[in-house]
Structures are given as structure tokens and as C-alpha cells.
Design a protein around this ligand. Structure first.
Ligand code: NAD
Length: 483
């Protein structure tokens, strides 16, 4: 039978190029594994080399543009995305199984990100610093790093590439993006919008393939002077080791074991609604998704009753249906690994975990939201990121105990505390070891103009987005001009 699925191409020097690949992977629709969206090449070191060469060639002219001129390009990119917003959202829902409402939200957020960095491109770029020598002018400048490599996961297939590419470009770098092999079609559409926006050739390049075949050669390429990675802790450690050996600036934003604490005085309805949403929407596949809830024993029964109603009220269903809140997992592999972790453990099921007997759910990688009790905070299920709609409930004697349990993990991305006690809230803000701290909120969702990133094993320590992005994508030159 003829192979009718589209064979995706690399985007290098402003044009799509046929890939000569030894092998091709099926890019499957997670809601319906029989739907092959496209074929993705394994990729090669030659592809990485072609892209970094193009980005290096485009660098002198791009960095020589004024900030306002680069900002104009980003405004045009925002407009190009806006024109195809619905198509992009539909493609995202189909390729990564994100419910259509959230997919539309992500496209809207991308437009905001591009406009924000278009504005950042016209800000002042340094400081005047008093000089030790009378009459001398001393100042600092921020200059682009050069060619930067962006390695991204599949779960925010437009927003993460853009929250890296937009600041990189705004501050005068050129970019090679290596998206996840599981979100390569959406990345290809993003490349198309960059053509519509009129970005100069070679400024933004996209190469497809596996991490090993094309990702590693990309970050090893001599032209690459900065690496921004988002993905799992395991791969992040590999990326960091290569970057450190090459003495190239890097940031690695990785997984989490995000936590909600429910204090005895909490608004239990709000806590249950936001914990359910944070844990289960998009099948728990956000890096900031809630995977543990630590509940004060005194209100545990009341809280769990409410949590159950809230979880059961989140519709599990096809992502094209605007009422669905929980779609499928990304892949059979993810389904197998979550099932294996649960089978290996002694955790007790509290409720959930049973898929409705419906043919539609058997066609995709669906996993029904599940809430389990974890008696030991050191247990594997309380420590490892599962990346699915599984929430572990842990009990605490009081606030101090709850914070200690919350911190008892190698990760440190996001946390929330539900309380009305101001003293408790302030104490928790000081003690909690995460980069994103909430009180009376969901652990997920961030404003694109606020710094984003984790502590401990969740991050290499830098931050993305907001003003923090300038720190990463530029380096400082200190200049003194004597009279
Ligand atoms: P992953 O680590 O499997 O892959 C991420 C990217 O790294 C992909 O593009 C992949 O091809 C590439 N890669 C894999 N091996 C590589 C190698 N040897 N060299 C270079 N590149 C390589 O992660 P994933 O499954 O795509 O995404 C899910 C993970 O991402 C979760 O752990 C989640 O928490 C994390 N995540 C973190 C954030 C954050 O901002 N902290 C945001 C979203 C997702």
C-alpha cells in the first residue's frame, strides 16, 4: 500500500529541505493510534551541521539590526500566528492530545509571548557605571550569545519553542530548534508562520529527529554558543554535561513532583477544585501538574469527598470536543511506564483509574484519572515524576510536617498552599523549596512575563521568560572610555 503520510522536512535557511533519513518514525495521534499524522525522520549530524551553518551565516546581519527592527519582526510573527490560530490549535490537539480549549489557549499565549519580547527588544540594554578614573565613561552592554540551540519537549509544542526563540531572537541571537519527535508536525507549522512573518533566512531553523541522532550533534556543533533545554531530568543531565564540557552557556528546565498543601483552615471547595484541575487536566502532562497533595489529617475526609466530586466532574474525552478536560496520554510508552510504576508499588487506590467501557477510549492512549494514598513520602510514587493523571495523597499532622513532606523530593518546580492564615502562608513561602510558589491557587499556569523555572533537581538554576530571559540570551561587556 502506498505510504500517504506526509514525510516532514527540515526548515533550514528559510526553506523546507528534504531529509535523507535512514529511518522514519510514525507521528501518531494519541487520541486514535490508527491515525498516522506524519512521518518524522531520525535525523543526522549532517542535518544539525546544515542548520548551525545557516544560523551562523544569518547571525551578523540579524544582530546588526536595531532592537526596534527585530521587535517588528516578532510583531509580524505574532500576526502570522494569529492568522492561523485555529489551524494551529487543531493541529496541536491532534498531535499531542491536548484538549482543544487548552490548545487554543496555548496559541493565544504564543501571540502574547511574541508581543512581549517585541517590546523587550526596545528596552535599554545596559547601565552606566561610575568609573574610577575622573571624566571616564564606563558602561555595560548586553550582547547576543550567537547561535543558540533549543531542545524542547512535546507537551507545550508551540509555547516552549516560542518562549525560548522569541527572547533569543529579540536580543540578536539566531536559532536552531530541535523539537520533540512527538510534536514535529506542529513545529513544522511554526516554521511556516516564520516564513509568512518574513523572518530573514537562517535566523530561525528547525531540525527534526531523535535526541540521539540530531539533538546531541546539534549541541556539540562548534557554532552553538548557548543551549536552552526543556524536558526530562535524565536527558537534561546529559545536555548539561555536554554544555559544561564545551563551556557553552546552558539552561535545563526539567521535571517536577509538584505539590499542593491543604491546611486545616483551607477553603476546601476551592482547594479540591484547583487540585483536581492541576492534577488531571491535559491528563497531568504539564511540568507543573500537581502530583502530590499533602492534607492536614483533621480535614482529610472532607477534602477527599470534595476532591472526588471535582475529579469526576472533569470530562475525559476526545480532545476535539470543547467540553473535554482530560485527553489521552501522549504515547503507549507513557501508558506502559505509568502502569508499570503503579503495579510495582504498594499504594492504595482511593478512587478513579477505571476507563469507561467505550470504544473511543480503546483507540487512543487514554488513562483514567486516579487518586492514590501514599503512606510513605519517600516511596517511589511520591518521588518519581509519572507525567500522567495520577495524584498521590499524603497525610500531615500540621503545617510544619506538611512543608517537610512537600520538600522531601529531589524536584522543586511548583507548589501551592491552601490556607487563610497569613502567618502560615508567609512561613510556607519562606520554607518551600520550589521556583513557582502559589497560595490558594493551582500549581499550573504562569504569566509569560514572570520568571519561570524550578529549584533543586528541576532546573539548572537560571530562569526563563520575563526579564530573566534577557539574562540567559545575552552576555555582558563592560566598557570604559577614558578622556
Ligand atoms: P525528553 O527529555 O524525553 O525530551 C525532551 C527533548 O530532548 C526532545 O526534543 C528529545 O528529542 C530531546 N533529547 C532526548 N535525548 C537527547 C539527547 N541524548 N541529546 C539531546 N537531546 C535529546 O522529555 P519529553 O518526554 O519530551 O517531555 C516531558 C518532560 O519535560 C517531563 O519531564 C516534563 O516535566 C518536562 N517539562 C519541563 C518543563 C519545565 O519548564 N520545567 C516544561 C515542560 C516539560
Amino acid at each position: 500500500m502506498a505510504d500517504t503520510a506526509e514525510h516532514l522536512q527540515n526548515f533550514i535557511h528559510g526553506e523546507f529541505r528534504r531529509v535523507e533519513s535512514d529511518g522514519w518514525m510514525d507521528d501518531l495521534n494519541p487520541s486514535d493510534a490508527g491515525d498516522v499524522i506524519a512521518r518524522v525522520p531520525h535525523g543526522s549530524a549532517d542535518d544539525a551541521r546544515a542548520a548551525t551553518t545557516a544560523a551562523a551565516a544569518a547571525l551578523p546581519a540579524w544582530r546588526a539590526l536595531t532592537g526596534p527592527a527585530r521587535g517588528e519582526h516578532l510583531h509580524r510573527w505574532a500576526a502570522a500566528i494569529s492568522e492561523r490560530a485555529e489551524e494551529l490549535a487543531q493541529a496541536m490537539a491532534r498531535e499531542v492530545g491536548k484538549p482543544i480549549g487548552e490548545s487554543r489557549g496555548e496559541v493565544g499565549r504564543c501571540i502574547v509571548i511574541l508581543r512581549y519580547y517585541a517590546g523587550e527588544a526596545v528596552r535599554s540594554v545596559g547601565d552606566v557605571i561610575p568609573a574610577g578614573l575622573p571624566g571616564a565613561l564606563q558602561y555595560s552592554l548586553r550582547e547576543p550569545l550567537g547561535v543558540v540551540a533549543l531542545i524542547t519537549p512535546w507537551n507545550f509544542p508551540l509555547a516552549i519553542p516560542l518562549w525560548k526563540a522569541a527572547p533569543a531572537l529579540a536580543f540578536g541571537n539566531t536559532v536552531v530548534l530541535k523539537p520533540s519527535e512527538l510534536s514535529s508536525r506542529v513545529a513544522t507549522l511554526l516554521a511556516e508562520t516564520s516564513i509568512t512573518a518574513g523572518l530573514p533566512r537562517g535566523v530561525f531553523n528547525v531540525i527534526l529527529g531523535t535526541g540521539v541522532d540530531v539533538g546531541t550533534p546539534l549541541i556539540e556543533a562548534p557554532e552553538v554558543r548557548g543551549i536552552s533545554f526543556t524536558g526530562s531530568a535524565k536527558v537534561g543531565a546529559l545536555v548539561a554535561a555536554i554544555a559544561a564540557r564545551r563551556n557553552v552557556r546552558y539552561q535545563t528546565e526539567m521535571g517536577g513532583k509538584n505539590v499542593v498543601i491543604v491546611a486545616a483552615d483551607a477553603d476546601l471547595d476551592a482547594a479540591a477544585a484547583l487540585t483536581a484541575a492541576g492534577a488531571m487536566r491535559y491528563a497531568g502532562q504539564k511540568c507543573t501538574a500537581t502530583s502530590r497533595v499533602v492534607v492536614d489529617r483533621k480535614i482529610e475526609g472532607d477534602f477527599l469527598d470534595r476532591l472526588r466530586s471535582q475529579v469526576e466532574a472533569l470530562p475525559l474525552g476526545p480532545v476535539a470536543d470543547a467540553t473535554s478536560a482530560v485527553g489521552p496520554l501522549i504515547s503507549q510508552r507513557s501508558h506502559d511506564s505509568i502502569s508499570a510504576a503503579l503495579a510495582d508499588s504498594t499504594a492504595d487506590r482511593i478512587f478513579g483509574g477505571e476507563l469507561p467501557d467505550d470504544e473511543r477510549f480503546r483507540r487512543g492512549f487514554y488513562f483514567a484519572p486516579l487518586v492514590i494514598r501514599i503512606a510513605d513520602p519517600a516511596a517511589r510514587l511520591a518521588q518519581e515524576e509519572l507525567f500522567g493523571p495520577v495524584l498521590g495523597v499524603l497525610s500531615a499532622d500540621d503545617m510544619e510536617h506538611a512543608i517537610a513532606i512537600a520538600n522531601q523530593t529531589r524536584y522543586g518546580l511548583s507548589a501551592s498552599l491552601f490556607t487563610h492564615d497569613l502567618r502560615s502562608a508567609l512561613h510556607y513561602v519562606q520554607r518551600i523549596e520550589v521556583g513557582l510558589v502559589r497560595v490558594n491557587g493551582d500549581t499550573t499556569g504562569v504569566d509569560p512575563h514572570a520568571p519561570f523555572g524550578g529549584m533543586k533537581g528541576s532546573s539548572s538554576g537560571s530562569r526563563e521568560q520575563g526579564p530573566a530571559a534577557r539574562e540567559f540570551y545575552t552576555e555582558t561587556k563592560t566598557v570604559q572610555i577614558n578622556p
